[in-house]
Design a protein around this ligand. Sequence first.
Ligand SMILES: [Zn+2]
Length: 397
Amino acid sequence: MTAIDPVANLSALIRCPSVTPAEGGALTALEAMLKPLGFTIDRVMATEEGTPDIENLYARLGTGGPHLMFAGHTDVVPVGDESAWTHGPFSADIAGGEMYGRGAVDMKGGIACFVAAVARHIENNGPPNGSISFLITGDEEGPAINGTTKLLEWAAARGERWDACLVGEPTNPDQLGDMVKIGRRGSLSGTIAVHGVQGHAAYPHLADSPVRGILSLTQALMDPPFDGGTDNFQPSNLEVTTIDVANKAVNVIPSKASASFNIRFNDTWDADSLKAEIIARLDRAAAESPLRPGRPPVRYDLTWSERPSHVFLTRNNALIASLSCAVEAVTGREPKLSTTGGTSDARFIKDYCPVVEFGLVGQTMHMVDERVAVADLETLTQIYETFISRWFGHAAD
Ligand SMILES: [Zn+2]
């Protein structure tokens, strides 16, 4: 049977230099694995002015429900200093029990294992009692404009509906079986500009320093904490990521100062309630700035970055149990159900169906010498195969 070996699948994918936005042959290689298994395959080109065109892939096996989606990306980040790699970044060389290559763990490895798991499931049980689809983008590591969101819209417009999704991003910090992700924090960014009056540093009463204002405002954003965390999430955290004055002269009070911030927030908030809290803090600090006793309120404006990421938590027990039981059955370890880390494409998928994430060990992702233990590829394939059986078993109940 074709495609049952995750190592062969991965080496075919790694040999395709699919650095975003290049397809690099990776989707063609994937298509060659899925077609013999009976999948119907669509290659979907997404375009938007000002961004590179991106090719994506949607493949479905079966026509009825229940419908399980596997989501991921074949694009990879740049190799960096190629001469620093022990083995070529597109070589798929195996040494010391590890396969080397860009995308080995993030996340061609996850795709290679899920393909192998589906192939084995078909070999052992026949076609699934429902449908399995692959939603694979070439734009996860880039601007993510012509990727998962557009592919989901395209598929939904054709009438595709899903009951659950597994994203194959690397989720394990140290060892396979550590961690399943069942949600993600939200992310919101903004920039504050404080307007002052330029003047001589020796005559501050004739000027108005925006530096005093920006310090009071950024302090108010960082303290006190936004919350103490919730059952499923760590505390929300705001970082001031830059403060800019761009003043070269020590004897001049500048006219403007700005600062940007990013907050990773939990399910205490949504983007709107959080924006309201931030504005309230800024207004209060502007009116009562301790660094400007007796002066008028700080004059500032606030610009939000486009597209906040919304916080989400998956509460579908059949999906979570199928996955964590599969992890435990194969590895003997009970995975932690976590919502830590950055955002992922799961934040788009959650608008269509419940979504969980489990993949390889992430330690070398985006690094020189990205690599995966060959043994982990076999273990992850077994976990995915067990998950598929359990999920279709659950869904049929
Ligand atoms: Zn990734």
